[in-house]
Ligand binder design. Structure first.
Ligand code: ZN
Length: 226
Protein backbone atom coordinates (compact mmCIF):
# COMPACT_ATOMS: atom_id res chain seq x y z
CA UNK A 1 0.00 0.00 0.00
CA UNK A 2 1.34 3.45 -0.82
CA UNK A 3 2.19 6.25 1.60
CA UNK A 4 1.35 9.94 1.25
CA UNK A 5 3.54 12.82 2.22
CA UNK A 6 1.68 15.08 4.67
CA UNK A 7 4.38 17.65 5.34
CA UNK A 8 7.77 18.15 6.96
CA UNK A 9 8.96 18.58 10.51
CA UNK A 10 12.46 19.92 11.16
CA UNK A 11 13.06 19.28 7.46
CA UNK A 12 12.10 15.59 7.74
CA UNK A 13 9.29 14.35 5.43
CA UNK A 14 6.35 12.85 7.36
CA UNK A 15 4.44 10.19 5.43
CA UNK A 16 1.10 8.55 6.11
CA UNK A 17 0.64 4.87 5.24
CA UNK A 18 -2.52 4.21 3.18
CA UNK A 19 -4.02 1.88 5.81
CA UNK A 20 -4.35 4.86 8.18
CA UNK A 21 -7.08 6.34 5.98
CA UNK A 22 -9.23 3.52 7.34
CA UNK A 23 -7.65 3.25 10.79
CA UNK A 24 -7.78 6.94 11.80
CA UNK A 25 -11.59 7.34 11.40
CA UNK A 26 -11.98 4.01 13.23
CA UNK A 27 -9.81 5.30 16.08
CA UNK A 28 -11.81 8.56 16.18
CA UNK A 29 -15.05 6.56 16.27
CA UNK A 30 -14.00 4.19 19.05
CA UNK A 31 -12.35 6.79 21.30
CA UNK A 32 -15.50 8.88 21.91
CA UNK A 33 -18.16 8.02 24.48
CA UNK A 34 -21.30 6.63 22.78
CA UNK A 35 -24.25 8.96 22.29
CA UNK A 36 -22.29 12.20 22.00
CA UNK A 37 -23.24 12.59 18.33
CA UNK A 38 -21.52 14.83 15.83
CA UNK A 39 -19.81 16.97 18.49
CA UNK A 40 -18.25 13.87 20.08
CA UNK A 41 -17.21 12.55 16.67
CA UNK A 42 -15.49 15.87 15.82
CA UNK A 43 -13.51 15.76 19.07
CA UNK A 44 -12.74 12.09 18.36
CA UNK A 45 -11.15 13.20 15.05
CA UNK A 46 -9.14 15.89 16.85
CA UNK A 47 -8.00 13.27 19.40
CA UNK A 48 -6.99 10.79 16.67
CA UNK A 49 -5.07 13.48 14.75
CA UNK A 50 -3.37 14.75 17.93
CA UNK A 51 -2.42 11.19 18.92
CA UNK A 52 -0.66 10.66 15.61
CA UNK A 53 0.86 14.12 16.03
CA UNK A 54 2.35 12.89 19.33
CA UNK A 55 3.68 9.79 17.56
CA UNK A 56 5.41 12.09 15.06
CA UNK A 57 6.99 13.94 18.01
CA UNK A 58 8.15 10.58 19.49
CA UNK A 59 9.83 9.71 16.17
CA UNK A 60 11.20 13.24 15.92
CA UNK A 61 12.86 12.63 19.30
CA UNK A 62 14.72 9.61 17.88
CA UNK A 63 15.45 11.46 14.63
CA UNK A 64 16.90 14.66 16.05
CA UNK A 65 19.26 12.79 18.38
CA UNK A 66 20.36 10.52 15.50
CA UNK A 67 20.87 13.54 13.22
CA UNK A 68 23.06 15.22 15.83
CA UNK A 69 25.23 12.08 15.72
CA UNK A 70 25.61 12.45 11.94
CA UNK A 71 22.86 10.14 10.64
CA UNK A 72 20.55 11.06 7.75
CA UNK A 73 16.79 10.89 8.43
CA UNK A 74 15.02 9.66 5.29
CA UNK A 75 11.48 10.10 6.58
CA UNK A 76 9.01 9.42 9.38
CA UNK A 77 6.39 6.88 8.34
CA UNK A 78 3.10 6.61 10.23
CA UNK A 79 1.52 3.15 10.41
CA UNK A 80 -1.49 1.83 12.38
CA UNK A 81 0.92 0.19 14.88
CA UNK A 82 2.78 3.48 15.38
CA UNK A 83 5.53 5.46 13.74
CA UNK A 84 8.85 4.55 12.22
CA UNK A 85 11.75 6.91 11.55
CA UNK A 86 13.83 5.62 8.68
CA UNK A 87 17.42 6.48 9.50
CA UNK A 88 20.52 5.92 7.35
CA UNK A 89 24.08 5.85 8.58
CA UNK A 90 23.20 5.49 12.26
CA UNK A 91 26.09 5.36 14.70
CA UNK A 92 26.74 1.84 16.02
CA UNK A 93 28.39 3.01 19.23
CA UNK A 94 26.35 1.59 22.15
CA UNK A 95 26.17 4.98 23.86
CA UNK A 96 24.79 6.63 20.69
CA UNK A 97 22.28 3.79 20.16
CA UNK A 98 21.15 4.13 23.76
CA UNK A 99 20.55 7.89 23.40
CA UNK A 100 18.65 7.54 20.09
CA UNK A 101 16.45 4.73 21.47
CA UNK A 102 15.73 6.52 24.76
CA UNK A 103 14.78 9.85 23.11
CA UNK A 104 11.44 8.56 21.74
CA UNK A 105 9.99 7.18 25.01
CA UNK A 106 11.33 10.29 26.80
CA UNK A 107 9.22 12.49 24.48
CA UNK A 108 6.13 10.28 25.00
CA UNK A 109 6.51 10.30 28.79
CA UNK A 110 6.96 14.10 28.76
CA UNK A 111 3.84 14.53 26.59
CA UNK A 112 2.03 12.18 28.95
CA UNK A 113 2.94 14.32 31.93
CA UNK A 114 1.91 17.54 30.14
CA UNK A 115 -1.48 16.06 29.13
CA UNK A 116 -2.12 14.58 32.53
CA UNK A 117 -1.31 17.72 34.51
CA UNK A 118 -2.96 20.21 32.15
CA UNK A 119 -6.21 18.25 31.71
CA UNK A 120 -7.96 19.39 34.95
CA UNK A 121 -7.28 23.07 34.11
CA UNK A 122 -8.31 22.68 30.46
CA UNK A 123 -11.48 20.87 31.58
CA UNK A 124 -12.58 24.07 33.35
CA UNK A 125 -12.09 26.09 30.16
CA UNK A 126 -13.81 23.51 27.91
CA UNK A 127 -14.79 19.97 29.00
CA UNK A 128 -14.00 18.46 25.58
CA UNK A 129 -10.52 20.00 25.50
CA UNK A 130 -9.97 18.58 28.99
CA UNK A 131 -11.16 15.10 27.95
CA UNK A 132 -8.92 15.12 24.86
CA UNK A 133 -5.88 16.33 26.88
CA UNK A 134 -6.54 13.67 29.52
CA UNK A 135 -6.85 10.94 26.87
CA UNK A 136 -3.69 12.11 25.11
CA UNK A 137 -1.82 12.29 28.40
CA UNK A 138 -2.76 8.75 29.41
CA UNK A 139 -2.12 7.27 25.96
CA UNK A 140 1.27 8.97 25.59
CA UNK A 141 2.28 7.80 29.04
CA UNK A 142 1.26 4.22 28.19
CA UNK A 143 3.07 4.50 24.83
CA UNK A 144 6.23 5.67 26.58
CA UNK A 145 6.13 2.74 29.01
CA UNK A 146 5.09 0.20 26.35
CA UNK A 147 7.99 1.21 24.10
CA UNK A 148 10.39 0.57 26.98
CA UNK A 149 9.49 -3.15 27.06
CA UNK A 150 12.77 -4.92 26.13
CA UNK A 151 11.47 -6.40 22.87
CA UNK A 152 13.91 -5.60 20.06
CA UNK A 153 13.31 -3.80 17.63
CA UNK A 154 11.12 -1.80 20.00
CA UNK A 155 12.92 1.06 21.79
CA UNK A 156 13.31 -0.87 25.05
CA UNK A 157 14.96 -3.74 23.15
CA UNK A 158 17.44 -1.31 21.55
CA UNK A 159 18.22 0.16 24.96
CA UNK A 160 18.68 -3.39 26.35
CA UNK A 161 21.08 -4.29 23.52
CA UNK A 162 23.02 -1.04 23.91
CA UNK A 163 23.46 -1.82 27.62
CA UNK A 164 24.65 -5.39 26.92
CA UNK A 165 26.98 -4.52 24.01
CA UNK A 166 29.96 -3.04 25.91
CA UNK A 167 30.21 -6.17 28.10
CA UNK A 168 29.24 -8.94 25.67
CA UNK A 169 30.10 -7.49 22.27
CA UNK A 170 27.62 -6.44 19.58
CA UNK A 171 26.95 -9.93 18.20
CA UNK A 172 26.13 -11.65 21.50
CA UNK A 173 24.18 -8.61 22.70
CA UNK A 174 22.05 -8.68 19.54
CA UNK A 175 21.43 -12.43 19.84
CA UNK A 176 20.32 -12.09 23.47
CA UNK A 177 18.15 -9.02 22.78
CA UNK A 178 16.48 -10.70 19.80
CA UNK A 179 15.87 -13.94 21.74
CA UNK A 180 14.33 -12.05 24.68
CA UNK A 181 12.21 -10.13 22.12
CA UNK A 182 10.81 -13.38 20.70
CA UNK A 183 9.86 -14.56 24.19
CA UNK A 184 8.17 -11.21 24.90
CA UNK A 185 6.38 -11.43 21.52
CA UNK A 186 4.95 -14.83 22.46
CA UNK A 187 3.78 -13.38 25.82
CA UNK A 188 2.20 -10.40 23.99
CA UNK A 189 0.41 -12.77 21.60
CA UNK A 190 -0.85 -14.92 24.50
CA UNK A 191 -2.09 -11.79 26.28
CA UNK A 192 -3.76 -10.60 23.04
CA UNK A 193 -5.77 -13.78 22.42
CA UNK A 194 -6.39 -14.62 26.11
CA UNK A 195 -9.75 -12.75 26.31
CA UNK A 196 -10.96 -14.69 23.27
CA UNK A 197 -10.99 -17.93 25.31
CA UNK A 198 -13.32 -16.24 27.80
CA UNK A 199 -15.84 -14.88 25.32
CA UNK A 200 -14.04 -11.54 24.94
CA UNK A 201 -12.37 -9.87 21.98
CA UNK A 202 -8.87 -10.44 20.66
CA UNK A 203 -6.60 -7.42 21.25
CA UNK A 204 -5.78 -6.79 17.62
CA UNK A 205 -3.23 -4.00 18.22
CA UNK A 206 -1.22 -6.10 20.69
CA UNK A 207 -1.39 -9.12 18.37
CA UNK A 208 -0.06 -7.03 15.45
CA UNK A 209 2.79 -5.75 17.63
CA UNK A 210 3.55 -9.34 18.74
CA UNK A 211 3.73 -10.53 15.12
CA UNK A 212 5.88 -7.53 14.13
CA UNK A 213 8.31 -8.06 17.03
CA UNK A 214 8.52 -11.84 16.50
CA UNK A 215 9.16 -11.46 12.78
CA UNK A 216 11.67 -8.59 13.10
CA UNK A 217 13.57 -10.27 15.95
CA UNK A 218 13.71 -13.48 13.88
CA UNK A 219 15.10 -11.56 10.89
CA UNK A 220 17.70 -9.96 13.19
CA UNK A 221 18.71 -13.41 14.53
CA UNK A 222 19.17 -14.65 10.95
CA UNK A 223 21.36 -11.64 10.09
CA UNK A 224 23.55 -12.06 13.17
CA UNK A 225 26.47 -14.50 12.83
CA UNK A 226 26.58 -17.35 15.36
ZN1 ZN B 1 10.36 4.84 19.49
Amino acid sequence: MRAWSIGRMAGIPVRLHGSLLLFLPLLAWTSVPAGTGLVGMSWGCIYAAALFGSIVLHELGHSLVARRQGAVILDILLLPIGGMARIAGMSTRPRDEFLVAAAGPAVSLALGAVGWFSAPFLFVINPWVGIVADGLGRTNFMLGLFNLVPAYPMDGGRIFRALLSPRLGAVRATRIAATVARVVAVLFAARAVWPWFHGGQVRIFLLLVALFVYQSAGAELKRTPR
